[in-house]
Design a binder for this molecule. Sequence first.
Ligand SMILES: [Zn+2]
Length: 299
Amino acid sequence: MTLGTLQAQDFTNQLMEQYPNFKQSGIEHRRFKHSDLLVHLDRLPAMGFEVTQLGESYQGRSIHLVSIGHGSQTVLLWSQMHGNEATATMAMLDIFNYLGQSEAESVAQLLDRLTLYFIPMLNPDGAELFQRRTSQDIDMNRDALSLQCPESRLLKEVRDRLQADFGFNLHDQNIYYNVGSSAKSATISFLAPAYNIDKEVNPQRANAMKIIALMNEGLQTIIPGQVGRYDDTFEPRAFGDNMQKWGTSTILIESGGLVNDPEKQFIRPSFQVLWPLAINSITGKTSRAIGTFPLMIVT
Ligand SMILES: [Zn+2]
């Protein structure tokens, strides 16, 4: 099964049907801690993943790199740079099950073409207190150049070592943001960050935009009208903007709000759609024209 033969909507529906098979049980609330995560990382080597410790947080909690695949294209995904933004970390546990347990030929093909690197919970000290900032009281997403936090330095070192082709910067946003002038909340929002003040589009940024276009197409199937995009004003201190500048095609994904979903357990499976779509787009199984980006700016 490839997107060459399937529409994004059909692919989305198939992924959603399969989701219960891959959902990681045991973490159903956003306020889980570093020790809760470690239990799940421990079982990954038996599923074909490599797990290495990158280093430690300011308070000495371990930060890990989880990898799978043996392809030449590299993808780096990091979550919970802000300690109280846990949705993508939960979703990573689900995608680990999908990548490690699925017997689908399409998954094997993807892992032949790509190597995927995940950093779940980049700010474990913040997660412990369920706070945005690090234990040094620094917003890590404004620390890409000054690198005051050990956690920021680890992320920069990994990117430089891997020279990652693609990067996914995974956050949660205010649940009260709406899509454009509509009354609908922005459940998932995207940004292909600018790499300069003129917001120019180079090949890296164009690739990020193409991937977002495909992810949007799939998401509209399950959350119609609730996909937004962020203002792309250049932020010189942010990681996403600098990753783009350093040569990694970078995509910001923000998990937002959905009525009656305080623990984000409905948003969580939408990642089961996002990542396979993104991966298919990266491996060239489908392509979308640049410029077809109909999303409303999140307000
Ligand atoms: Zn954030």
